[in-house]
Design a protein around this ligand. Structure first.
Ligand SMILES: NC(=O)c1ccc[n+]([C@@H]2O[C@H](COP(=O)([O-])OP(=O)(O)OC[C@H]3O[C@@H](n4cnc5c(N)ncnc54)[C@H](O)[C@@H]3O)[C@@H](O)[C@H]2O)c1
Ligand SMILES: [Zn+2]
Length: 360
């Protein structure tokens, strides 16, 4: 069992990583103190696979544990479903010492975490991520949200979990699309902050594709360390945290333009990373050898995906509506070398539009 601390003063917490650690949740929770009641937020897919194992490890009797079941899919990450969980909490007399446990991917973590953030002005929650994306990204850092019909993650809060428990054995059942989707966020950390980690991913690409647990545990730990360090510096994204958005401005626009659900979040991010590398190269911010290395790793991990043919003007418009826009200026995170990025808000939109018409 590997443990890592996210140091945020009174909001500090541990990330516990290991294979088969679901069964240890009960012991870990008891060290955090006793919860009056627990709501397990999950979906039927994950509940069928891991619900029993988690409940057995919790060792809580049935009257203290209630199930907050949400249908499987991004389209259920809504205010309506958050309110259903709140109804359930009220009905079962949840109070400020009650706890929410989220068991699932980023959708469940974001939704359950959002409910924890707003119920009685905030109660404790614990993240048990079961997708690679949730393990390396969404479960750490305290961003929780639901979607607005017209914009992703538009209703949300910063609310840190009390604990993140990552059981890498759960990755065995993940679909290859969802697995690859999580890899995109992993590569992101190498590009934004750690050249050695990028090399590690490159050297181990084959083992990663085979889901080798030892290699994965290292990749997950390093990803969490990098994310934790960035969040510790800038919990509420007033500065450096924005570098985590590498690939996301292009990517979110692809998700929105193509309709939610067409691409996985990580697939759109993979496309966004490729586009950011190509644009940075076109702007002479990134040299050819570095760009080629980035593209080669994306290829090796099956992340160099065909980019949909979107009208550049529409694409740019949607990018300009992104949450990452500040004072009306489009902000892009662009690599200048592997391990280094810059945030630029001074790139001529006409130039971006021209790039989007021939993004290769
Ligand atoms: N809060 C943040 O900082 C942050 C960061 C990145 C992404 N996100 C959000 O995360 C969401 C995407 O998360 P995701 O990619 O995990 O998608 P997801 O939660 O929809 O999970 C993908 C699919 O995998 C299934 N699944 C989960 N665990 C499984 C397992 N172990 N075995 C088999 N199937 C399993 C799920 O039921 C689902 O069908 C988006 O809503 C995105 O906005 C949030
Ligand atoms: Zn992301």
């Amino acid at each position: 069992m590997d443990r890592l601390k996210v140091d945020l003063g009174a909001r500090s917490y541990e990330i516990v990583i290991g294979s088969g650690v679901l069964k240890d949740l009960g012991v870990l929770l008891r060290s955090l103190g006793q919860a009056s009641r627990i709501m397990l937020v999950t979906n039927p897919t994950v509940n069928d696979l891991y619900g029993e194992q988690l409940r057995a490890g919790l060792g809580v009797d049935d009257k203290h544990l209630i199930l907050g079941m949400i249908p499987d899919g991004e389209e259920y990450k809504t205010m309506e479903h958050a309110l259903r969980l709140i109804d359930l909490a009220v009905e079962h007399h949840f109070d400020r010492s009650s706890l929410i446990i989220t068991l699932g991917g980023g959708v469940i973590g974001d939704l359950g975490g959002f409910v924890a953030a707003i119920y009685q002005r905030g109660i404790d929650f614990v993240q048990v991520p079961t997708t690679l994306l949730a393990m390396v990204d969404s479960s750490v850092g305290g961003k929780v949200a639901v979607n607005h019909p017209r914009a992703k993650n538009m209703i949300g809060a910063f609310h840190q979990p009390r604990l993140v428990l990552i059981d890498t054995a759960t990755l065995k059942t993940l679909s290859s699309r969802d697995y690859r989707s999580g890899l995109a966020e992993t590569v992101k950390y190498g590009i934004i902050a750690d050249r050695d980690f990028f090399s590690f991913l490159q050297e181990n690409a084959e083992l990663i594709n085979r889901r080798d647990e030892t290699v994965l545990q290292h990749a997950i730990r390093r990803s969490c360390e990098i994310k934790a360090a960035i969040v510790e510096d800038d919990e509420r994204e007033s500065g450096v945290r924005a570098i985590l958005n590498l690939g996301h401005t292009f990517g979110h626009a692809i998700e929105t333009c193509c309709g939610y659900g067409t691409y996985r979040h990580g697939e759109a991010v993979a496309m966004g990373i490729v586009l950011a590398a190509r644009l940075a190269h076109r702007l002479n911010l990134l040299d050819t050898a570095e760009k080629e290395r980035i593209l080669a790793l994306m290829d090796a991990l099956g992340l160099n995906l065909p980019i949909p043919n979107l009208p550049p003007q529409k694409w740019l418009n949607v990018m300009s509506q992104d949450k990452k826009v500040r004072h009306g200026r489009l902000r892009l995170v662009l690599p200048t070398a592997i391990g280094q990025v810059v945030i630029r808000d001074d790139i001529d939109p006409a130039l971006i539009e021209e790039f989007l018409s021939r993004p290769d």
